[in-house]
Design a protein around this ligand. Structure first.
Ligand SMILES: [Cu+2]
Length: 342
């Protein structure tokens, strides 16, 4: 997309313009690597290893999940008992570089957790002991910074993991709510927009009511490296849910875990057509909510939405910034009548 601003791209029409320009849009930019900041050596060398071997810039890995699969791909970890009798969950997170598709025919040289953007949805219950084994097989230093309560050396800010290195994060899931994780290496904006982030759900000990649960991560991709996004998506591919409406049923309770990890733009938003939703900000309170049809989130903010459709049909959801919607942040729910048994 070199030499073409997103404003120009908008005037071509999207997605109609894609068919004409897809091949030309493939991002080719390679950026210079930032050094590890001085004074940020890891304080606990027993958990931390570096390596002088060159890290792979690309590696063989399973195909990335598509945005529909990401909606419901919860990683509950490997479950055992901790020494003090609590539920213990172990996760493996590997950072590596990978070219991903961000719109039809458009590639982006991403930095990924486990090969996908967004990375896996980590799910657990309040009070669980979490062990996250982080391996950096990428070309740059990285870390995992989780939101929520945890010790300082589990915060992923000073414990920067070089290519070939690893770090084990150990924490108690606290409090319950909807959080996120992301790399916290400087320059932060770059390490986030390249793709190193994902959703972190801590369920309350008494579970929320049964529902069709969907994770939606709002993000953007700066494919020509000009400091603004050329595409906006939910779960990584522009317009995916416009082309693949999400099936739901009349009368079904739907719960959306909505996370905003859009860089460059200060806010993003979610607007639901033909309905209203209960809005639980950050999901840390089960009883306090507002009822609305649009929510605006700053970078890093999250909320849980609950709604039920009583009428069948196709209903749109999209960013209420119309520019974002035209650049890919638009989708549909396909509300189907309930199956009637004979
Ligand atoms: Cu990073």
């Amino acid at each position: 997309m070199s030499g073409v601003s997103r404003r120009q791209f908008l005037t071509w029409g999207f997605p109609a313009g894609l068919g004409l320009t897809g091949a030309a849009l493939a991002a080719t930019g390679q950026e210079a690597s930032p050094p590890i900041p001085k004074g940020m050596a890891h304080p606990n060398p027993t958990q931390y290893t570096g390596s002088s071997r060159p890290a792979p810039t690309e590696r063989q890995a399973p195909d990335a999940l598509n945005p529909m699969q990401i909606l419901t791909a919860f990683d509950h970890g490997k479950v055992t008992r901790s020494p003090d009798g609590r539920v213990q969950r172990e996760y493996t997170m590997t950072a590596f570089d990978r070219e991903i598709e961000v719109a039809r025919g458009v590639k982006f040289p991403a930095w990924t957790f486990n090969g996908a953007v967004p990375g896996p949805t980590i799910r657990c219950t309040e009070g669980d002991r979490l062990l996250i084994h982080f391996r950096n097989e990428g070309s740059m230093p990285h870390s995992i910074h989780l939101h929520g309560i945890h010790p300082a050396n589990m915060d992923g800010v000073f414990e920067i993991v070089p290519p070939g290195g690893r770090y084990d994060y150990e924490l108690t899931a606290d409090p319950f709510g909807l959080f996120l994780y992301h790399c916290h290496v400087m320059p932060l904006k770059k390490h986030i927009h390249k793709g190193l982030y994902g959703t972190f759900i801590v369920d309350p000990k008494t579970p929320r009511p049964p529902a069709k649960e969907l994770v939606m991560v709002m993000n953007g991709f700066d494919t020509d490296l000009d400091g603004e996004n050329e595409f906006y998506t939910v779960n990584g591919i522009a317009n995916y849910f416009a082309e693949h409406p999400i099936p739901i049923q009349v009368g079904e309770l739907v719960r959306v875990y909505l996370v905003n990890v859009t860089e460059f733009d200060l806010i993003n938003s979610f607007h639901l057509h033909g309905n209203v939703f209960r809005l639980y900000r950050t999901g840390t309170n089960l009883t306090t909510y507002e009822v609305t049809d649009t929510v605006t989130l700053c970078q890093g903010e999250r909320c849980i939405l609950e709604f039920t459709y009583n009428l069948p049909g196709k209903f749109m959801f999209h960013a209420h910034q119309s520019e974002f919607a035209e650049l890919g942040w638009m989708g549909m729910f396909d509300v189907r009548p309930r199956a009637v048994s004979a």
